[in-house]
Design a protein around this ligand. Structure first.
Ligand SMILES: NC(=O)c1ccc[n+]([C@@H]2O[C@H](COP(=O)([O-])OP(=O)(O)OC[C@H]3O[C@@H](n4cnc5c(N)ncnc54)[C@H](O)[C@@H]3O)[C@@H](O)[C@H]2O)c1
Length: 278
């Protein structure tokens, strides 16, 4: 992809944090961007920021729960009818599901994996056939995390598992998509200033029952991101450059290099020198 001019972009979880940073970066560069988000309060706030940034004419918003497959399919159809389809899909919606994994109930697995992995799967299933059918090519950005590539404390096991799956599926789909003129990037950020600590507020009622994470999510709510964490608008700029450069891995933070190497070397150390004789 050479430019964002007149490109139509769909960003899940685009009303806050990293998603909103990406929305602004691409809208500023000439794209028409649709924000799809679960939270009407986030959408209202985001639209004020968008107006203040002078981008009101190039951004629209709708509510969508990325775990709702029927709603996702209906929205994809609507994008075909109203916009002639989309060119860039950003599967960004995610939740900071966090708690002691040995206390997790199925509700916690379903919540964490349902949004962080299932939401990406639903985005791909809803939009990819349509993006391929319109024949203009395009790009997909899946938002993973550095948690996918470094060893995390056990409280993040469900989060890391979902993010690792997103990293792997992005790597493994890339070649096939390239054959259809569609690029693939996977974003792996570390600490970014956002509302990721609001996992408790994004959890649907039916997944509160049977959760073992109520206490951890309540204390997470009291732990807002640090002021020195990366600005989401900086992430948006990095993503815009990454798409134009056709980068598969978009990594924002350099301070986890050693941890990442440690993890990769531990895996390599377990690999026998000799190949198996078939
Ligand atoms: N902030 C970080 O430090 C960080 C680090 C690595 C990865 N990430 C990832 O970045 C992505 C964006 O997170 P963020 O940090 O900007 O958090 P955020 O909470 O500020 O933004 C996420 C947005 O997704 C929306 N959302 C939540 N569940 C949804 C659902 N079911 N359907 C549709 N929208 C939903 C929320 O309303 C919110 O507006 C996530 O996938 C997150 O895991 C964040």
């Amino acid at each position: 992809m050479r430019s964002f001019h007149n490109k139509r972009v769909f960003v899940t979880g685009g009303a806050s944090g990293i998603g909103l940073g990406i929305v602004k970066a691409l809208a500023k560069r000439g794209a028409f961007v649709v924000i799809a988000d679960l939270r009407p309060d986030h959408i209202d706030r985001a639209l004020v920021e968008i107006r203040e940034a002078g981008l009101a004419n190039t951004v629209a918003a709708l509510t969508l729960d990325v775990t709702d497959r029927a709603a996702f399919a209906a929205v994809a159809e609507r994008m075909d009818i109203e916009l002639g389809g989309i060119d860039i899909l950003v599967n960004n919606a995610g939740v900071g599901v966090e708690g002691p994994v040995l206390e997790a109930g199925y509700a916690d697995w379903d919540y964490g994996l349902g949004v962080n992995l299932g939401g990406v799967v639903n985005g791909l299933q809803s939009f990819l056939p349509r993006m391929i059918a319109h024949g203009r090519g395009g790009h997909v950005v899946n938002v993973s995390s550095l948690a996918a590539a470094v060893r995390m404390p056990a409280n993040f096991a469900i989060y890391a598992a979902g993010k690792a799956a997103v990293l792997n599926l992005s790597e493994n789909m890339r070649e096939e998509l390239a054959g259809k003129g569609i690029g693939m990037s996977v974003l792996c950020p570390a600490f970014v200033r956002s509302n990721i600590h609001e996992a408790a507020l994004n959890r649907p009622a039916h997944l509160r029952e049977g959760s073992g994470f109520a206490n951890s999510e309540a204390s997470l709510l009291e732990r807002p991101p640090g002021n020195d964490w990366m600005d989401p608008e900086t992430v948006g700029e990095i993503v815009a450059e990454g798409i134009l450069a056709g980068r598969l891995h978009i990594v924002t933070h350099g301070e986890f290099r050693d941890k990442m190497r440690e993890r990769n070397e531990a895996l390599m150390d377990a690999v026998p020198q000799a190949a198996f004789q078939y």
